[in-house]
Design a protein around this ligand. Sequence first.
Ligand code: KIV
Ligand code: ZN
Length: 386
Amino acid sequence: MSDKLIIFDTTLRDGEQSPGASMTKDEKLRIARQLERLKVDVIEAGFAASSNGDFESVKAIADVIKDSTVCSLARANDRDISRAAEALKGAHRARIHTFIATSALHMEKKLRMTPEQVLEQAKQSVRFARNLVDDVEFSPEDGYRSDMDYLCRVLEAVIKEGATTLNIPDTVGYAVPELYGDFIRTLRERVPNSDKAIWSVHCHNDLGMAVANSLAGVKIGGARQVECTINGLGERAGNCSLEEIVMAVRTRRDYFGLDVGVDATQIVPASRMVSQTTGFVVQPNKAVVGANAFAHASGIHQDGVLKARDTYEIMRAEDVGWAANKIVLGKLSGRNAFKQRLQDLGIQMESEGEINTAFAAFKELADRKSEIFDEDILALCSDESV
Ligand code: KIV
Ligand code: ZN
């Protein structure tokens, strides 16, 4: 089995489905270029048949992106698939991602189709798409809530029609890690031609488990593609977050044993760009990209980090695109952190006694002010104050 994990970014498609996150063509193009700098393997640029605007965005992205595969979503019908293929004409590498729901609930209540009709439509659509591009992904929407025997029949059939990637969505974020991992593994074991396709996971975050479920799909299930978005943007509670998946697999390579081609130093710039473009603020304590992800406020932690960073850091801030780790000076900070900041600011103290006096003044100020900025320290240490 391949030891590379394919990173499929769907910020511009599923991410944009987040209420209030719609983006213009130029904004999407800017983000697509950043995703290319980030070196994601696949950029899902949009849903070409959904509107003329989306068609133009997918086309503009397909025309300029060279290093990542560019993908368009398409419902399982000839019109959607033709539109996707047309928008992707200029792409260096193009993928059509076609989908149809396979859960009993969706087939009966939403599609009003029988399972046999859905099976035929899935086959026919993949066949049609394969006549237009070599790279075809198939998703059984609401796959995780679908009947296992039926899903195996559908997946076996679409592989025969030439699907190159099979993506198993947990569309409503209902899965839990172990069960989702087992679900993927069982599918791979039971579908006779499963080795002819790459298996992919696509998890929503309704119960806050999108990343954990995706990792279980990889570790237990053997999936080799993860679908994810920058900052976990997406429908309702969002999708699996790209930054968390990438850094989990990289930081715990000892456990996952997989490589990712992403240039992690572009993660924070990508996060900021998506946040600024959509107006969706990143929570400060968000893993990897939150403002506090590498900030140390407690005196004990600050002292530890200054002595040896790995005492309280499992990743290096610079490796994901931050300038460096951040020691936030406040009332919990110790003398060591304060002394280090004096040095960083180029403040020379003649004696330990002088440092002690400045430190006492700093502590007194910190009791009144929650965060002490460099300007405060400069003022504190000016001749008049100390
Ligand atoms: O969540 C979902 O089921 C999807 C599919 C279209 C892949 O986004
Ligand atoms: Zn989705």
